[in-house]
Design a protein around this ligand. Structure first.
Ligand SMILES: Cc1cc2nc3c(=O)[nH]c(=O)nc-3n(C[C@H](O)[C@H](O)[C@H](O)COP(=O)(O)O)c2cc1C
Ligand code: SF4
Ligand code: SF4
Length: 355
């Protein structure tokens, strides 16, 4: 018996040592997943989509209430039509809110009012995406051949939105584990929020269901997935009667009352500081994948060398870094906003760590 116990302990020690040195396969799937915004025209086999739906079905939910409804759309005409509606809505939003174009400053008070009424929807990141979608520089489903719409059952226990998020991430990770690319697409809510009478009818959606978000799924172009640096969030750790802080932020990021009520001005560099990149031109082969993949249209190739466009609104997603075949890009710093949209001060960008 004593010998057996010793062996169990030895096995445990060995497996912990191996774990300390390597990520598990599940961790690799989680850490290498990226939002894919460049797909092949090839459809995803039906059995794969059904397996992805199974991953969603087996997600945990409060009270096991499973407050979701999934709708699979593989009809190109419907995907195009939904995209056209979102483009139209973005054009409308731009027409109302674009105070930055010379001569449009009179729209500033309207933009201010809307921003205060919808601070999350008009946060600088979606705000910067609205004109890109209006001009079709940023697609809605990015050419993905399969789309899954997620609707919540509003009667769900406590927080059905959260349950839908968990189910969605189960589906995203299952798809990624099969070699597929995915992208969460919440911009579709512009169609359901503002033209719900049309779009809920198209899909036969009635009470108690409400659109939450959607997923683009398809075969990725190139190899968009991979480990990239991410801001490290400070974590408070209580143990042995002490509190320590892992990855403490550098500055105080509390939001004062005054800051909460400052006028948001997206064009003011003191209020919006966007992500920054480093390029290694000795390694770069000028393939242009980074320019193509960037959701913010922040990169352009000049003489076959990528540059960050002046005033570009890089959200530091790292997708350019992940797709680069030559490891020629690094995200230098994430975005940081002050005043009305003040961001929490995360610590430096770090690659996935084993410890
Ligand atoms: C709830 C949610 C909604 C999103 N909506 C969109 C969207 O409408 N369009 C889009 O291109 N990306 C969308 N994204 C993708 C994010 O931009 C992306 O996750 C983020 O930049 C981090 O990059 P990564 O997913 O490659 O790690 C969404 C992500 C989440 C989680
Ligand atoms: S990190 Fe910035 S430049 Fe790179 S893909 Fe993302 S938004 Fe574009
Ligand atoms: S993806 Fe990499 S190799 Fe290709 S142009 Fe961009 S930086 Fe250069």
């Amino acid at each position: 018996m004593a010998v057996e116990m010793k062996e169990v302990k030895k096995d445990r020690a060995e497996s912990l040592k191996a774990l300390e040195e390597n990520f598990t396969e599940t961790e690799k799937i989680i850490l290498s997943r990226r939002s894919t915004r460049w797909y092949k025209k090839e459809q995803v086999p039906e059995f794969m989509v059904k397996r992805i739906l199974e991953a969603g079905r087996f997600a945990p939910s409060a009270g096991n209430c499973q407050p979701w409804k999934f709708v699979v759309v593989r009809e190109p005409s419907i995907i195009d039509d939904l995209t056209n509606t979102v483009v139209m809505m973005c054009k409308l939003f731009r027409a109302i809110l674009d105070y930055q174009t010379p001569g449009n400053f009179w729209k500033f008070p309207i933009a201010k009012l809307y921003t205060h009424l919808m601070p999350k929807k008009l946060h600088p990141v979606p705000f910067s995406a609205i004109p890109l979608i209006a001009d079709r520089k940023l697609g809605l489903y990015h050419g993905a051949q399969t789309v899954i719409l997620l609707f919540k059952d509003v009667r769900g226990v406590t927080n059905p939105d959260l349950d839908c998020g968990i189910a969605g991430q189960n589906m995203v990770l299952a798809a990624h584990s099969m070699g597929l690319g995915t992208c969460w697409v919440s911009f579709a809510s512009l169609a359901f929020d503002y033209l719900g009478f049309k779009w809920n009818k198209v899909f036969g959606i009635k009470y108690p269901y409400k659109f939450i978000t959607s997923l683009a799924i398809g075969w990725p172009m190139g190899k968009p997935d991979g480990f990239v640096d991410r801001p490290a969030h400070s974590v408070d750790w209580y143990e042995n009667g002490m509190k320590t802080v892992v990855d403490p932020g550098k500055t105080d990021s509390g939001i004062s009352l005054g800051e909460r009520f400052t006028i948001p001005n997206y064009a003011d560099p003191r209020q919006t500081h966007w992500g920054e990149l480093n390029f290694d031109y000795d390694k770069c082969n000028g393939c242009g994948s980074c320019e193509h993949i960037c959701p913010a249209s922040a990169i352009e190739l000049k003489d076959k060398k990528p540059v960050l466009i002046t005033g570009a609104q890089c959200m530091a997603c790292g997708d350019c870094m992940a797709i680069c075949p030559k490891e020629a890009i690094r995200v230098k710093s994430g975005y940081a906003f002050s005043q009305h949209f003040k961001t929490i001060d995360h610590s430096d960008l770090k690659p996935p760590r084993l410890k």
